[in-house]
Write a protein that binds this ligand. Structure first.
Ligand code: AP5
Ligand code: MG
Length: 194
C-alpha cells in the first residue's frame, strides 16, 4: 500500500473462483472490483463494436488482444483516486503485466499482492460444467473450457513467477466452500501485510 492506493490481483485458471473471491474480497477491503471478463461480456450484451469482436474470441477460448484490454483497464483506473482496486482476470500476459506496472507507476501506485487460487483440473471442469447448466455462459462448453485451460497454462501461468520473484505472490488452496477459501485468502493477505 502506498498513498492510500491498494492493488490486489486475483489469478488462477478458469473456474478457480476468481470472480467469486473478488466479490467477497472487494467488499471486505473497500476495493473496486474490475473483472475484464465481465467487462467484455457486458460489451457483448450491449452489442458494442468491441463486444462483437470480443465474442468470437471468447467463444473460442483465446485471449482478446492486449491493446484492447489495456485500454479498457486504463479507462477504469483513470476514474479512481486513490487507486483501490481488485483486478480479476487481468493481467493475463507478460505485456499486460508490464503495462499494468507502467500505468500504476503513473499514479504512484503498485501491485501489492497477487493471489493465486489453486484448484485441481477435475474440480475446475466440474465447476464450469455445473455453471454451464445453470447460467449458460457461451464459453462454458467442453471444447472451449479445454482451450481456456491451455491458454492459461501457456500464456498466464508464467506470470506467477513474475510476481513470485517480487515476493508478491500469495498461493491459496481454492478447494472448499467459497467462505472457507475466502477465510484463507484473508488470512494469507494478513500475513503478507505483517
Ligand atoms: P474470464 O471471465 O476471466 O473467465 P475465466 O478466467 O475463464 O474464469 P471464470 O470466470 O470462468 O472463472 P473464475 O475463476 O472467475 O471462477 P468463478 O468465481 O466464476 O475470461 C473470459 C474470457 O474473456 C477469456 O477466455 C478471454 O477470451 C477474455 N478475457 C478476459 N480477460 C482477459 C484479459 N485480461 N486478456 C485477454 N482476454 C481476456 O467460479 C466458477 C464456477 O465455480 C461458478 O459457477 C462458481 O459459482 C463456482 N465456484 C466458485 N467458487 C467455488 C467453490 N469454492 N466451490 C465450489 N464452486 C465454486
Ligand atoms: Mg470469472
Amino acid at each position: 500500500m502506498r498513498g492510500g492506493h491498494e492493488v490486489v490481483l486475483l489469478m488462477g485458471p478458469p473456474g478457480a473462483g476468481k470472480g467469486t473471491q473478488a466479490n467477497l474480497l472487494a467488499a471486505e477491503r473497500g476495493l473496486v472490483q474490475l473483472s475484464t471478463g465481465a467487462m467484455l461480456r457486458d460489451h457483448v450484451k450491449r452489442g458494442t463494436e468491441l463486444g462483437a469482436r470480443a465474442k468470437a474470441i471468447m467463444d473460442e477460448g483465446t485471449l482478446v488482444p492486449d491493446d484492447i484490454i489495456i485500454g479498457m483497464v486504463r479507462a477504469e483506473l483513470d476514474e479512481l483516486e486513490p487507486i483501490r482496486v481488485l483486478l480479476d482476470g487481468f493481467p493475463r500476459t507478460p505485456v499486460q503485466a508490464a503495462a499494468l506496472d507502467e500505468l500504476l507507476d503513473g499514479y504512484g501506485a503498485k501491485v501489492d499482492a497477487a493471489i493465486e487460487l489453486v484448484v485441481d483440473e477435475a474440480e475446475l471442469v466440474r465447476r464450469l460444467v455445473g455453471r454451464a447448466e445453470q447460467e449458460g455462459r457461451s464459453d462454458d462448453n467442453e471444447e472451449t473450457i479445454r482451450k481456456r485451460m491451455q491458454v492459461y497454462l501457456e500464456q498466464t501461468r508464467p506470470l506467477l513467477d513474475y510476481y513470485g520473484e517480487q515476493r508478491k505472490l500469495v498461493s491459496v488452496d481454492g478447494v472448499g466452500t467459497a467462505q472457507e477459501v475466502f477465510q484463507r485468502v484473508v488470512a494469507a493477505l494478513g500475513e503478507e501485510a505483517a
